[in-house]
Design a protein around this ligand. Structure first.
Ligand SMILES: [Zn+2]
Length: 512
């Protein structure tokens, strides 16, 4: 019995075309649909990290996202505003994280959000009445806030949606779903079954065979990978085929937005393009911290929001089909393009205005202490009236500290002042067309010109203002192409950009 608890499985009924060795469709319960929908709640950075973790041998590229993530990995800590900034980009936090813990199978191995307070809190008067989600923040008394606390009362929030039966993401008034090989999810019905079969060209069920399959944890990363890399994710995952390649393309070319037709220009939102004249593509850009903050924010955006903001006009594997089903069958019909990130992603300048941050909750700290041996335990509670053993007569309200701000001795409500972004202010960066981001220096510039074998007089310098439209186009291009800057900013499909290493990735096609 314990084996099932340790190794949970989800039962599926596969309908297989034996001749073609292909899954026609799958009949599944809520657990499996929830698993599929949960992929959309994963931050892009988490998807990259998971895919790389499970597939060590072969690099899986979602457009340029692997490069953005790799840039965070290799960027020295001295270039970030605080240590927490690098941490929150490598392991992006998600407001759906608690919900995902209720899934029968989940792919994300991220730890639950942690809460830290100053270990000296009860002894010192000058301590800030704050908690932090990172153990690298400093209290106003100067001590690292590294005392991890338990958070009570999360049960209510974490429990499943509205349904009695408890679907995590899927509306739970139905128990059986049909999922086609290209990830269209619908509620099972006889009529639907017949229609799907007819649409696929089956006149009878001679060659079709039913098979019960137990989905285990090992198959989940494959399924996540196939979502973006395959046009037949179920066949490729459950019949272990690696035959199909995903369609990746831009249907609508984004229109370029060069400086001329813009009235206002704020100097720090302008980036310098180094364009190869002959080919017209961007060799690299020079930019300041705000632009890098924008690209790094992409990692914190969940797939559903990235798709909501930038998915219009692009095709990546079966993401579009599953996204539509998610919207139709979600517990929360308001799930839309609005992207709410945990509060610590708040940047002073948020170029992507569809991205907002969650207001950090106020928690109440109570301290239980055993006087005899001076063992103290801090706990945080959502509920100010919770009658438990505590040290003070009243519970201390604790606000969240901004882990992006350096610990200051000033307690005047630090958390309300928006800090900068993730990067140290005033730093200049160089970004290649495929979004490899490094601090700017002459060595890297010369190296790149050499590597690409470009004549110096063939490089032209242009300036461009980055505003909302450019930010959206960049996100769109980053999802699909490996020449995100040229495609997103100049609407050029570059021929000379680096070819993706993944054999599964087709060169993006552009339809006009
Ligand atoms: Zn303190």
């Amino acid at each position: 019995m314990s084996a099932t608890l340790k190794n949970p499985v989800i039962k599926l009924k596969l309908l297989i075309d034996e001749e073609k060795n292909k899954v026609v469709f799958v009949e599944a319960g809520k657990d499996f649909v929830d698993l599929l929908f949960s992929f959309f709640t994963l931050p892009m950075g988490t998807i990259v990290r998971l895919l790389e973790m499970y597939k060590k041998s072969q690099k899986i590229a979602i457009g340029c996202f692997s490069n953005i993530y790799a840039s965070v990995v290799s960027m020295g800590i001295e270039h970030f505003l605080t240590e927490a900034c690098k941490q929150m980009l490598l392991y992006p936090g998600s407001l759906n994280h608690e919900k995902c813990r209720n899934l029968k199978l989940r792919v994300d191995d991220s730890e639950a959000t942690k809460y830290f307070v100053c270990p000296k809190f009860v002894e010192r008067e000058q301590c800030t009445e704050s908690y932090s989600n990172f153990n690298t923040s400093r209290c106003s008394c100067g001590v690292l806030m590294n005392e991890v606390t338990q958070l009570d009362g999360r049960g209510g929030l974490a429990s499943a949606g509205n349904g009695v039966e408890g679907g995590v993401f899927v509306r739970s008034d139905h128990t059986s779903f049909m999922i086609t090989d290209d990830l269209k999810v619908e509620i099972t019905s006889v009529r639907l079954t017949l229609n799907v079969l007819k649409d696929l060209g089956y006149v009878d069920c001679e060659k079709l065979d039913e098979k019960i399959h137990d989905v285990n944890l090992e198959e989940v990363p494959t399924l996540l990978e196939c979502l973006s890399t395959s046009d037949n994710p179920l066949t490729d995952t459950f019949l272990k085929k690696k035959s199909s390649y995903s369609t990746k393309r831009i249907q609508k070319l984004p229109s370029p937005g060069l400086c001329e037709d813009r009235e206002e220009s704020t100097p720090d939102q302008t980036i310098t393009l180094n364009v190869v004249k002959k080919e017209g593509n961007i060799l690299f850009v020079e930019c300041g911290d705000d632009f890098v903050d924008l690209l790094f924010t992409f990692l914190a955006i969940p797939l559903e929001s990235a798709w909501g903001i930038a998915g219009d006009g692009i095709i990546i594997g079966c993401i579009g089909n599953l996204s539509k089903s998610f919207k139709d069958l979600s517990v929360d019909p308001g799930r839309e393009a609005k992207c709410v990130l945990p509060h610590y992603y708040k940047c002073q300048k948020q170029l992507l205005d569809a991205v907002t941050t969650h207001k950090p909750p106020t928690f109440y700290l109570y301290v239980s202490s055993m006087a005899s041996n001076h063992i103290r335990e801090y706990r945080l509670s959502e509920d100010s009236s919770k009658p438990l053993v505590y040290f003070w007569d009243e519970l201390m309200p604790m606000i969240s500290i901004d882990p992006k701000s350096k610990g200051s001795t000033n307690t005047t409500d630090e958390s309300t002042i928006p800090s900068g972004g993730f990067m140290k202010r005033g730093t200049k960066f160089m970004i290649t067309d495929d979004l490899i981001i490094t601090p700017l220096n002459s060595t890297s510039t010369i190296g790149l010109v050499k590597e690409k074998q470009i004549r110096l007089d063939d490089v032209e310098v242009q300036e461009i203002i980055i505003r909302k439209e450019e930010a959206i186009r960049l996100l769109q291009a980053s999802l699909v192409t490996c020449s995100a800057l040229s495609t997103g900013l100049l609407a050029i499909e570059s021929a000379s950009t680096s070819v993706p290493q993944s054999a599964n990735l087709k060169k993006p096609k552009i339809e006009t």
